[in-house]
Write a protein that binds this ligand. Sequence first.
Ligand SMILES: NC(=O)c1ccc[n+]([C@@H]2O[C@H](COP(=O)([O-])OP(=O)(O)OC[C@H]3O[C@@H](n4cnc5c(N)ncnc54)[C@H](OP(=O)(O)O)[C@@H]3O)[C@@H](O)[C@H]2O)c1
Length: 324
Amino acid sequence: MQKQIDIHQHFPSSSRLVYGAMGLGGGWNDQPVNSDDIKQTHEIIDTCLKLGINMFDHADIYTFGKAEQVFGEALKQNPALKNQLIIQSKCGIRFEDELGPKRYDFSKQWLVKSVENILTRLDIEQLDVLLLHRPDPLAQMDEVAEAISQLKVQGKIKHLGVSNMNHGHITLLENAIKAPIVCNQLELSLNHLAFIEDSVTSGCSGQPVVNFAPATLEYCQLNNVQIQAWGSLAQGLFTGRDVSNEPKHIQQTAELVEKLAAQYEVSKEAIVLAWLMRHPANIQPIIGTTNIARIKACAQATTIELTREHWYALYVSARGHELP
Ligand SMILES: NC(=O)c1ccc[n+]([C@@H]2O[C@H](COP(=O)([O-])OP(=O)(O)OC[C@H]3O[C@@H](n4cnc5c(N)ncnc54)[C@H](OP(=O)(O)O)[C@@H]3O)[C@@H](O)[C@H]2O)c1
């Protein structure tokens, strides 16, 4: 039995898994989107919908805008899809250009223009969620609030979410926009354990270095900020990628994933995602594979719940040493 997830508060019909569109559009190059790219996008959307995955994650920068563009082409060809999908996208990262280096930009002008360009590329009137992609240290909160308010009033975005932010950033933003931040997207997986390490090592002497802002997960749980996990498949590290040159504990974790997959009678991807989903924050994994068989393998994650013992076995194996 699946637990109710927090994002249902804002999107009663959202799926637990989110499809990550970073791989769409023909790659990070200047080749124009072609008919094969559009065909691939149709196949992926159809596969996802058949599997019950109806939430899609974009960003304006993915494949230099081509991921959104190819998705928009698919929606143009089949407009009936539009009201079946929950679509989010991100902005706030600028590539290096004649004006400066790669940088973050939460100025009102950049945010508003970015959303307008996103809507044009996706061929939709409104984004279900706009995510601010990475914290901009120069962000003026009043200006961000003005931009978000204008975009909401104009009906261009429904909700605001964030990505790669800590609880301090979220508090500051919520205070400025006077509305809830609906999600926070972070890199979380069996290969990015800092979100668990932060909590598990909090009472340890010697102050272990954990590269994760303390209590971000707890803040999100407490305030109904849906946690979304990017990199949730760890780019295949435990589910079939060649690990012969990886450290012993990674190889052993890949073996354990395979063993548990056989035991639960599901795919290896399902075990890796179910590990994230077992956490009480009700994490929403984002799956970035463009491989149809792997998308189907991922969907099996919603059919199982790992035991406490199996969850810990995976965690301890992936961290490479026993718990304090
Ligand atoms: N907020 C952020 O800052 C941020 C950053 C990065 C990504 N994201 C979002 O999160 C989504 C997922 O992120 P992600 O793509 O980094 O992570 P992911 O879902 O962990 O990994 C997907 C990648 O791993 C490859 N892969 C998966 N299983 C494999 C296997 N068994 N063998 C070989 N390759 C395998 C996939 O290739 P195939 O396509 O060939 O399967 C794909 O390139 C993205 O699409 C994007 O929507 C957000």
